[in-house]
Design a protein around this ligand. Sequence first.
Ligand SMILES: [Ca+2]
Length: 494
Amino acid sequence: MTGFDRRKFLGTLGAMGLSTFFGARNAFAQGDDKKLNFLFILIDDLGWRDVSCYGSKFYETPHIDKLATQGMKFTDAYAACPVCSPTRASILAGKYPATLNLTDWISGHRRPFAKLQVPKFNQQLPLEEVTIAEALKPAGYVSAAMGKWHLGKEEFYPEKQGFDLNVGGTQRGSPPSYFAPYKIPTLPDGPKGEHLPHRLAAEACRFMQANRDKPFFLYLSYYSVHTPLQSTPELIKKYKAKGEKVTPQGNAKYAGMIQSMDESVGKVLAKVDELGIADRTVVFFMSDNGGLALHNITSNAPLRAGKGSAYEGGVREPMIVRWPGVVKPGSVCSVPVTSIDFYPTILEMAGVQGDPKQGLEGVSLVPLLKQTGGIDREAIYWHYPHYHPGGANCFGAVRKGDWKLIEFYEDGKLELYNLKDDIGETIDLAQKMPEKARELHGLLKSWRKKVNAQMPTPNPKYDPAKADLWAYQLARKRRKSRKGKGKAKPKAKK
Ligand SMILES: [Ca+2]
């Protein structure tokens, strides 16, 4: 390589965020080839029942199903929140959203006249948080965040949180378009019509190829299958023919989005094989909240409700972990786990201590994955002091064993369900089993105190007639009424 070519080559690597490439060569010589890679696949808004191996009869997900046969499938895996940003923060920082004071999607759903005034919450993942990427860095890991970020504005983008590369991550929670031009500032547009999930697969493959000799953490966070509902004409036609609306899941566009996402996941996993790194690459598959049941876009049945709800449809997720040589292929785990557990799990797998000051709140899932034992945790908690069109009207919840208790903050109502007998949360046992309800409520209250959870407060502007309207709807009404007034005296301004 001539001096010029070498400079040019290094410049190209630098632009790709891979300036450590040559350092990697040295590290590799010192034994980094034995370190595990982490490929973390996070889907947006994918419901528990939105993949074939979790029971969908309508969507087609052969690549994810194959991954499940190669790894461990979790039946009772939870997102720490029924909406996007808090769950993402919980994964990357290893803490409950309540602890992070990041309890709603950024920038949040506002109902100015609701019964309760919702607390102010962080509009970003604070930089003081030591993310997984930052924890892995001293061990020689190169990290990339691809796709949706949704954890703050530019000053809080992935590259400020320990990632060497950010492809497509911004403060936004959804892409302006799934087809190029995407109009995503951190993603140079591809040729017109290029499809976003496939572009992300290509970016992920390029990153893994460039870093095949270096341990990597690839946080591959799909924008799919969040709205806007957009798919290719071929796939829409295919799923319409398959029978739109014949099952509770029948939206052809949404089905097309799931298929494209699955194909993209298939491409990335094929690349892992092709690069010969499958045996040292742990693959995680997860979603950030329940499927969007609003407007019947999908159905999480038999789970109750969907994204934005306290019920299982809002928080129970498909989750798969493939760890070649360790996880028994095709195994199933029904121990309740949650998104704050990934961080300690990855640290243990990597043999990295992490920063004790980070105060991780999850538990390592390694004993479950190795099938050598259980995990030591009393219960799993949620705290969502916010409203959401998906059904939430400010709640807290706790799951202990087969039991789940929900506390609604507007009126203090408690609901108690036995998920083993009643996965659909149809029979509220709170009145029938007051002692059980008291026990779980006690746990929930103690936990809230421990994490200093911010509670909603009585709203002085409470107006029952307008309580259910959100800020967006109120603004639209105001705009319309202004427009109407303007029409009445069109010549007055002259
Ligand atoms: Ca989401």
